[in-house]
Design a protein around this ligand. Structure first.
Ligand code: NAP
Length: 349
């Protein structure tokens, strides 16, 4: 057995390299041809039923408007009912023939079962499931005294998607539907202070890649990996070490630094276009995908840069991080951050 492994260790790298050299050119040509075909014949969602979790603000809210403009029926969920009601009213104005709202906490199994049942009961079918609800954090791992306070991140971001998908899948198979899975560029970037959030988003990627194999041609899956997008998250809404969701714009400045933030309406448009084309992955802004190449090709450099920018010595406040100093000294915040995220106000019910 050891001999077989020694032989494979020797032969596998050159064999893979030369096979790829032969295989990749026709493979990429084939893929490009299909991607052009998919752009021309993208899916029409008029009259289809779309369930969106976390539709009360940010990307989920604007995805609701994009689906509404294309004539889809909408089932919207979140914990803030009044905000959902306002989103539903606007979605109707944008052209959705019918919208229902459901107050639900996706970290609870019974709520996930209920939102799928209610959607089916009201509309009789389900075509797209958009797993978007999530929360973020921004603390060094060792600053979190009671680590169990971070459980809601995994319970919402990961288990919330898993539960809803499990209940929705039989209906999506029947309609030959789609799952839109909201992950993040943090699924590949080892972003300091977002530790558990990164883990939740990375877990989603491998789960939904596996599901893509399991549910194959019946249900399409688009995995979305945004960079920095205008929303309540980029206003600085974080799960704090004490276990409470709070807005802290100084911490947000540390997190985003001098990176340009994409407008949420532009982001939602890019996502929906990718989903309707049947894209397997959508990254917004698309240049953020380069950070994936950097992570794969020179991981040490990426780690060193992130540590330099974001990590402060024990006892030194996060606001002393170089990422914030760069933002403050260059004064580019007004240029790179949309107006809406420059105020700390978030929707309340
Ligand atoms: N903004 C970015 O830069 C960025 C980057 C990468 C990925 N993302 C991803 O994009 C998605 C949307 O986030 P966003 O940026 O639009 O932030 P956001 O404005 O804070 O929206 C988050 C949504 O999730 C809902 N939500 C949170 N916990 C929930 C729970 N337990 N049950 C049900 N709904 C819950 C919130 O509604 P309620 O509070 O009313 O429940 C809200 O509607 C998330 O998956 C996020 O990870 C965002």
């Amino acid at each position: 057995m050891d001999l077989i492994h020694s032989f494979l260790n020797l032969i596998a790298p050159p064999f893979t390299f030369f096979s790829l050299c032969l295989f990749l050119p026709p493979y990429w040509a084939f893929k490009s041809f299909f991607s052009i075909l998919n752009s021309v014949f993208s899916e029409n969602v008029a009259g289809k039923v779309v369930l969106i979790t976390g539709a009360s603000s940010g990307i989920g809210e604007h995805l609701a408007y994009e689906y509404a403009k294309r004539g889809a029926f909408l089932a919207l969920c979140g914990r803030r009912e009044n905000s959902l009601r306002e989103v539903a009213d606007r979605a109707r104005e944008f052209g959705s023939p019918d919208v229902i709202i459901m107050r639900a906490d996706v970290s609870k199994l019974e709520d996930c079962s209920r939102i799928v049942d209610q959607t089916l009961h009201h509309f009789g079918r389900l075509d797209h499931l958009v797993n978007n609800a999530a929360m973020s954090t921004f603390n060094l791992f060792e600053e979190i005294t009671d680590i169990t306070n971070m459980r809601p991140i995994m319970e919402t971001n990961f288990w919330g998607s898993v539960y809803t998908t499990r209940f929705a899948l039989p209906h999506l198979r029947r309609s030959k539907g789609k799952i839109v899975e909201m992950s993040s560029a943090d699924s590949w970037l080892p972003a300091p202070r977002r530790n558990i959030y990164c883990a939740s988003k990375a877990a989603l990627v491998i789960l939904y890649e596996t599901l893509r194999v399991e549910v194959g041609p019946d249900v399409d899956i688009t995995i979305v990996t945004p960079g920095h997008i205008e929303s309540e998250m980029t206003k600085g809404k974080f799960l704090m070490p004490e276990g409470k969701l709070e807005v802290d714009q100084d911490l947000r400045d540390v997190e985003i630094s001098a990176t340009p933030v994409v407008s949420v309406s532009e982001c939602a448009k890019s996502i929906i276009n990718g989903v309707l084309r049947g894209d397997r992955y959508v990254t917004v802004p698309s240049w953020f995908r380069m950070t994936y190449a950097l992570k794969v090709l020179c991981p040490e450099l990426v780690e060193w840069t992130l540590r330099f920018l974001y990590v402060t010595a024990p006892g030194i406040a996060a606001t002393e991080a170089y990422s914030k100093k760069i933002l403050d000294t260059t004064g580019v915040k007004k240029l790179l951050y949309p107006q809406s995220i420059q105020s700390p106000e978030v929707k309340t019910d």
